[in-house]
Design a protein around this ligand. Structure first.
Ligand code: GDP
Ligand code: GDP
Length: 432
């Protein structure tokens, strides 16, 4: 359990959600509006200058008055007393309201850990409007603009002084899956289609590491963790410009995941950039699912489309191919099944005897070419690990194993080991 909890409270529309997103560092808009995710309280893990904490946005809790509010009062109080810091957000543009006073009253018992955040102070001129709020009687007052990031550093530095050191990282269980691809191929739409699918259960608690947002979900009893380095925002009201393609962000997503879904826009066809992104996955030995999206716009049949994809991305021959329409919610189940299939092979483990038999079979079909006039032999082989399955070959001449032969060898080995949907990493060693 994380000890450091920061809770954001305030009446509606003061900018809580904007501040929340600013703190957890989400940038791009993947909008989802789902039961379970858009609950009263949304949490996320975040980090600031080496301090790790959970930040919770109480969202619409204070929208409810009277009776309804009574029923959750206990829960709210527990949240307030558990928190290491309370960010009480008010709106400088609107000025002090009755609803603010109501929230303030509720917070007085926790006064020593309340930070009064006067938001929407976008420029110097607006500062004067903020002074009214001092009358609420809180000692810590910060003038910020959550939207522009003004004053947020100072606020968080002060908040962090109240936090404890948290050395360990939260880990979610499940297949780590990410979606990479060029801008506009439909990554966000696919993620929304998955998280919005009736058969998918989304955990209300998303996590954030320095590099990515992690959203745990379950489908057919299988746990997944969606790795999203582009960032997720809920309830977005701000328009963003066209996203540029960030290789660094794609690489991060690939490295953090077990299975990377390479998303293609089938209405446009496969471009050089798609192949390059595919190469990023292949070079990191990650399992992969090729997702031919926008298939609703395509006139050709599935078989010819499949042939086309296989031809253009032949180096990803281990990746299952699925065709989807994120727009119409078609192919989502197939996509998740393919992810599971790829993951099963990615984590497959075989006995040494089985590995050796497979290796001998390949050697029997076609051994490495003669090296410096000598026959290249395999003494023995074994599996060193999974993710991906890693096979070690002990040989008399490691230098005799050329790249082109290794590629052939791995392809054959995958056949014999029945690891159709995962890359195999081959390690060639001499005898010590
Ligand atoms: P919440 O209901 O408290 O979560 O409020 P939101 O975060 O949804 O923000 C409400 C509105 O205020 C949105 O239109 C935001 O774009 C806007 N807003 C948030 N922060 C700022 C700010 O610092 N300056 C200005 N001018 N508008 C802001
Ligand atoms: P991203 O940049 O890869 O995240 O792409 P988006 O999810 O933002 O989608 C880009 C555009 O393609 C949007 O206008 C989507 O509505 C549209 N789009 C996404 N998936 C599909 C699809 O399956 N079919 C069609 N026709 N349009 C789609």
């Amino acid at each position: 359990m994380m000890k450091n909890r920061i809770i954001i409270v305030g009446r509606p529309n003061v900018g809580k959600s904007t501040l929340f997103n600013r703190i957890i560092g989400r940038r791009k808009s993947i909008v989802y509006d789902l039961p379970g995710v858009t609950r009263d309280i949304i949490e996320s893990e975040a980090e600031w200058k080496g301090k790790r904490f959970i930040v919770a946005d109480t969202g619409g809790i204070f929208e409810r008055g009277g009776e309804l509010f009574k029923s959750i009062e206990e829960e709210v109080k527990k949240n307030l007393s558990d928190a290491k810091a309370i960010l009480f957000v008010v709106d400088a543009k609107e000025g002090l309201t009755e609803a603010d006073r109501y929230v303030a009253k509720m917070l007085y018992p926790y006064k020593e850990k309340v930070f009064l955040v006067v938001n929407k102070v976008d420029n110097e001129k607006l500062q004067r409007q903020a002074y009214d709020f001092y009358s609420l009687g809180f000692d810590r007052v910060f003038l910020v603009s959550a939207q522009h990031g003004r004053g947020v550093d100072e606020l968080l530095s002060a908040v962090c002084d109240l936090l404890e050191d948290e050395p360990t990282k939260l880990e979610y269980e499940g297949i780590k899956v990410s979606f990479v691809g060029r801008p506009n191929v439909g990554k966000s739409s696919l993620i929304n289609a998955i998280l919005g699918s009736q058969r998918v259960l989304v955990s209300p608690i998303a996590g954030t590491t320095r590099d990515a947002v992690e959203i745990p979900f379950t489908y057919s009893d299988q746990k997944f963790v969606l790795i999203d380095t582009a960032g997720i925002r809920r309830r977005t009201k701000v328009e963003y410009g066209v996203e540029f393609f960030s290789v660094g962000r794609a690489i991060k997503a690939i490295e953090l995941s077990d299975v990377s879904c390479l998303v293609l826009d089938m209405s446009e066809g496969i471009t050089h950039q798609d192949q390059k992104i595919g190469g990023l996955i292949e070079r990191r030995y990650k399992a992969c699912v090729i997702v031919g999206n926008k298939f609703d716009l395509v006139k050709t049949d599935k078989n010819s489309a499949l042939e086309y994809v296989k031809r253009q991305l032949s180096f990803l021959d281990y990746a299952p191919v699925v065709f989807t329409s994120a727009l119409k919610g078609v192919g989502i189940n197939e996509l998740l099944h393919a992810v599971v299939l790829a993951y099963q092979d990615y984590t497959k483990e075989h006995k040494t005897s089985f590995i050796n038999r497979a290796v001998q079979k390949v050697m029997g079909e076609k051994p490495p070419p003669v090296y410096k006039g000598k026959e290249v032999k395999v003494y023995y082989a074994f599996q060193e690990g999974t993710k991906p399955p890693t096979v070690v070959i002990i040989t008399n001449y490691p230098e005799g194993w050329k790249e082109s032969y290794k590629r052939f060898f791995v392809r054959k080995l995958r056949e014999h080991l029945r690891i159709r949907h995962s890359p195999i990493k081959l390690i060639i060693r001499g005898r010590e």
